[in-house]
Structure formats: structure tokens, C-alpha cells
Design a protein around this ligand. Structure first.
Ligand code: NAD
Length: 355
């Protein structure tokens, strides 16, 4: 510790590495005492930002002043960096996807177990307000029993950056946004997945997926669609959920959205047929004005503490991690099943996410 703060070295001082430096400064319980990046230009930026740039990773590991190694490199090197840090007695915070495969993550967990050090994955989107609103609606029955969840992120910029285009670095959208959306979904729904199908898209001609769709059927009756797209010039809502009493929509991260529920107080009025295209329809006519109630989204649940507050409490032994490694393992298993379903075109059944 330094001045009562936990000391951190950020390995990989790129986009996310510098964002962590800001998060850590805002949190106040930790202090960044340096960075290590294989790109010396990023080392120079680090020095400008006031953080010592270590000359090598060995130098970081042999520095007894370093308590925590934070990993924000491309995905293919997370495992080696983490295992070496743990073996050197450091705690580890690792960016998502934690590794490229289930086997790699198991190796990482074993290293943490052996070294008796904390390993926590930065699944930060468990703190997203949009997700916490949906989670609250799910738990409180705001629109009745939810039976359909559509969770999407749509962009029109293709795959960003450089390493994200390459399989060897763990590129592609399933390993990028996919990890967040799937983590949210199975963190919220405590039910076995009984079947799954998926389709990966390669519209942009990259060797990795530029988006995907996965359809998951849960034992408790919920069906979920998870979709990531980078070729969507018109975007669909971030969340579209249906329950036995209503429908909810959240458009975007500014929490534009609404809930429409059945009005039990209203007398039942048959909808009046409307002209639709070249025909008439009653089925698809809007409900009568009194038949439904349109309301605002509920206030989101708040997580009891921020990622970094929780990490500090886990170090102190006073709290359980909010992001548990068993949950991360489940997501990594799920991702492997989705890749397999995409490759084979088969509907997957009887898989074990705890294996
Ligand atoms: P980036 O390319 O901006 O930064 C990665 C940095 O790591 C680069 O500066 C690169 O030079 C450096 N690097 C590469 N190999 C290294 C090594 N062996 N040792 C030390 N440094 C090395 O990438 P990014 O967008 O910051 O992504 C980094 C990680 O953060 C990825 O795992 C990504 O999935 C994750 N990420 C998470 C979120 C989130 O919201 N949780 C958002 C963006 C990125």
C-alpha cells in the first residue's frame, strides 16, 4: 500500500487501460503507481499522464511495491500476464473476455487458488443502468412474468481498431460486446439453458465475426435473443422485453424508453378494424385508448458498491466479489457453445456451463 491506498500497475495502457486510470483516480482507494505497455509510444503517454512506465513486465513482477496487476491488453495475452502476476504474489484485475477459452480461464483460476490471491474480471456492464432496469422489471414483475428478452447493440462502424479484426488476438464481436450481453443475461436469469442456436456474421470480410445472433431457451420458459451488429445504419432498441402483462423498451444508454401494460380497470373494447396495406385488420389494430397504460421506466436498481469499492472489500475479506469467477466460467462456456452452434448450424442441447 501507498498512503493507505492499494497500489496498481496497469498492463496495456491503451483505450481501456487509460480509462481504468481514470476510474481508479475517481475511486480513491487505489493508486496507479505505473504502467507497462509493449508499445513504447504508450509508455511515453503514460509518463505524460504522470505514471511511471516500467521497462519490462519482469520489472513490474519483481517490484514488491506492486500489489495489483490490472490487465487491459488484447485478449490473447491476458492468461500469461495473469498467471505470471499471480505466481509473483500479485492480485489481478482482468479485462473481459477474461481469456480466449475455458481451458485458459481454468488455468488462471488455478493459479489464483494456488497463490491465494484475488482474481476478478471487469464485467463492468453489470453496473449499466439499462441492464439494472431490466433486471428490476424481471424480479419485480413490472410487466408480469417476462417470457421474451431481446438484448441488442447495433453500430454502423464495423469492427473498430486493429487487433479486434484478428482471430489470433481474440478479435470479433462475440468475444467483445457478446461477452457483456451474455454475462448480463445469465447473471439475471437463474435458469438452465435448454437449447441454443446462433448465427455469426462475416459481412465485412474479416476473419472474425462482425456480429452475431444467439437465441437461448431457458428452462423457466424465457426465450432470449442476443444480437450484436456493426453494420446497422438504423439501430433497433437496446432492450425489448415482453411479459404476460405488458411490453417494455429501452432505446439507448440515455434511458429513453417506456413500459406499456394492460389496463385491468378498463372495460374490454373490441379494437376497431384498421386499413392495413391492401387489407383490413383487427388483430393488428392498436388497442383502444383505455386498454393500455403507458408508463415511464422504473428507476434502476443500484449495485451495492462500485467495481473498485467491491474489489477493495474483497481484498479486505469483508465482501464477496460481485463478479464471481464461477459466473465468468459459465459465460466462457456459453461462448464456446455459441461458436460451436454458429459453426455447425446446429441447435445445441444438453451442454454443461459448469464444466
Ligand atoms: P487497445 O488496443 O486500445 O489497448 C491495448 C494496449 O495493450 C495497447 O496499448 C498495446 O500496445 C498493449 N499491449 C499489447 N500486448 C501487450 C503485452 N503483451 N504487454 C503489455 N501491453 C501490451 O485495446 P483496448 O480497447 O484498450 O482493449 C484492451 C482490453 O480491454 C481488451 O481485453 C478489451 O476486450 C477490453 N475492453 C473492455 C471494455 C469494457 O467495457 N470492459 C471496453 C474496451 C475494451
Amino acid at each position: 500500500q501507498k498512503d493507505g491506498k492499494h497500489t496498481v500497475v496497469i498492463v496495456g495502457y491503451g483505450g481501456m487501460g487509460s480509462y481504468h486510470a481514470k476510474l481508479i483516480k475517481d475511486n480513491g482507494k487505489f493508486e496507479v503507481i505505473g504502467t507497462y505497455d509493449t508499445d513504447t509510444a504508450r509508455g511515453a503517454v503514460s509518463e505524460q499522464d504522470g505514471y511511471r512506465a516500467y521497462g519490462s513486465y519482469d520489472e513490474v513482477l519483481s517490484d514488491g511495491a506492486v500489489e495489483i496487476v490490472l490487465i487491459a491488453t488484447p485478449n490473447d495475452v491476458h492468461k500469461d500476464i495473469a498467471v505470471r502476476a499471480l505466481a509473483a504474489g500479485k492480485h489481478v484485475i482482468c479485462e473481459k473476455p477474461v481469456t480466449m477459452s475455458v481451458d485458459e480461464f481454468k488455468e488462471m483460476m488455478a493459479a489464483a487458488q494456488q497463490a491465494q490471491r484475488v482474481l476478478m474480471v471487469h464485467q463492468n456492464r453489470r453496473w449499466d443502468d439499462d441492464f439494472l432496469i431490466i433486471k428490476q422489471m424481471y424480479e419485480q414483475g413490472t410487466i408480469g412474468d417476462i417470457f421474451r428478452i431481446e438484448s441488442r447493440v447495433h453500430g454502423a462502424n464495423g469492427i473498430p481498431g486493429d487487433w479486434r479484426h484478428l482471430e489470433a488476438h481474440g478479435g470479433g464481436m462475440l468475444l467483445d460486446w457478446g461477452v457483456h450481453l451474455l454475462d448480463q443475461l445469465i447473471f439475471m436469469i437463474d435458469s438452465k439453458i435448454t437449447s441454443l442456436s446462433s448465427r455469426l456474421s462475416f459481412i465485412l470480410g474479416d476473419e472474425v465475426d462482425d456480429g452475431f445472433e444467439a437465441v437461448l431457451q431457458f428452462e423457466n420458459g424465457i426465450s432470449a435473443l442476443v444480437e450484436v451488429g456493426t453494420t446497422n445504419f438504423i439501430t433497433l432498441p437496446r432492450w425489448y422485453v415482453k411479459g404476460t402483462e405488458g411490453t417494455g423498451v429501452i432505446e439507448d444508454w440515455s434511458m429513453t424508453g417506456r413500459i406499456v401494460t394492460r389496463n385491468h380497470g378498463a372495460e374490454r373494447v373490441e379494437p376497431t378494424p384498421i386499413q392495413a396495406g391492401a387489407g383490413l385488420t383487427k388483430t393488428m389494430a392498436p388497442p383502444s385508448e383505455t386498454a393500455t397504460i403507458t408508463g415511464a421506466l422504473p428507476e434502476p436498481y443500484r449495485q451495492p458498491s462500485s467495481f473498485y469499492d467491491n474489489f477493495a472489500a474483497v481484498l479486505a475479506g469483508t465482501a464477496e466479489p460481485i463478479v464471481k469467477n464461477e459466473e465468468v466460467l459459465r459465460v466462457m462456456n456459453l461462448i464456446e457453445v455459441i461458436f460451436e452452434a454458429g459453426r455447425t448450424g446446429e441447435t445445441m442441447k444438453d451442454f454443461d456451463l459448469y464444466a
